[in-house]
Design a binder for this molecule. Sequence first.
Ligand SMILES: [Zn+2]
Length: 480
Amino acid sequence: MIAFMPTIYEDELCYSWFARYYCHSGYPAYGYALDDLFGKRAIHFNAGYISSSFQDDAKGIITNMIPMETLILEHTMFPTARFMEHQRMQKALECMEREEGKASSLIPLPKGRDTRYLRYCPCCATEQRENFGEAFWTRTANINHASVCAKHRCKLKNTGIILSGKQSPRLHIAEQVIEDTEPEFTDNTIEVKFTEYLTKVFHAPVNKNNQIGISDFLKSKLEGTKYLSVSGQQRNIRLFYDDFMDFYRTIPDNSITELPQIQKIFTGYRFGFFEICQIAFFLHIEVSEMVAPVLPEKSQAEVFQEKVAFLRKEGFGAKKIAGILGADFHSVQKAGITKKKAGHDYSVRKGITREDWGKMDAEMLPKVGELCKNLYFNEDGKPGKVSVGAVCRILDFPNKRINYLPRCRSEIRKYGESQEVFWARKIVWSYRKLVSEGQGISYNRLCRPLNLRKENFISALGFLSLFCSEEEAACIREVL
Ligand SMILES: [Zn+2]
């Protein structure tokens, strides 16, 4: 039974609060304090979160002092999940409020193979002792990858206490662990400025209603930079990556080391807090914008389309337009033809909900069906191979989108065929073409235009009858 629960300090980690409860309770061992709080003496603990459900009376006392949501948003590392997909984040928050499920299954916790340790800023600890008479563990010092305190421009100190890892920490009381140590100041301006930015984003209220995906927002922020072509169609992520790595080369614990990591952020498959803040700081995006992102009314690509359309109307040719707009010739050519009237742009994902996916699935189905047919028989009737990859490439769909569109996917699968069957289909087509042109049939004439190797040809022979009569098949076999 909790007799006295101390007040929680601003930015204090829940874990620290529980440890102070243990300290003030006078219990001989921390297990008793855990028992009061969670009804068991040993729990698997991630010190950045509340990893277990409270005992009923403990919950009553705690939620009387501070609402559960505030506790999660202001006293755990939850704000580092703020860039997750909206629905997923909301779900995670709800589950945590209801104390269902482990934090690790709800949000992408840092997966680093190394164990992470609780950290503190020695200057902050001194201030806490002066102001409150005791030190406590803060969230700010424990943002993954951050290694300085922006407020004091000094390096954070590691303790031996596991923050997240295989082992659970005991309740370590900051006041007892943190010794008076000499702070180690840093003159790395970029690191300090960036950490200041990171800390501000971390502390900004979590916008629970934000529907705009961070990847779409970051992509929109490439507009007008050298990392996006004038037509708004091509991102030069390689150049971005090189400049980015150069900009942050002095930061000791860089979370991004490889180009694909950046690509995944821009395509919406990574939500790491530290790395997204790094990109945002690099692109000079204001903190207020990061917290409440807004997409421009028109994308650069759309504006480009309009300009091209206008200039075409004025009678300019593609080459001239390319010169005027400073764009390359092909994108101007493409702009006029393929996207004359851009309806919904299916290549971007702007806060798409489940219903939207369903709608898109239905809307796209005839288009996908038509496309499959066209792929199966190319313009001149030449067989082509239908695959998810080919369809996505033509529709300009991002990787994996088709997974959200079950009807379209099964339409594509109808055309599934093995490589040998595909070859057989091509051979029959080639044979009939030669016959209709009145040409003699030979192995070379048959296979050369198809780019078929002899072993391919042989392995396809068994499937000829799927596409032609027995006599035709016999003629084809004869060429060997
Ligand atoms: Zn500090």
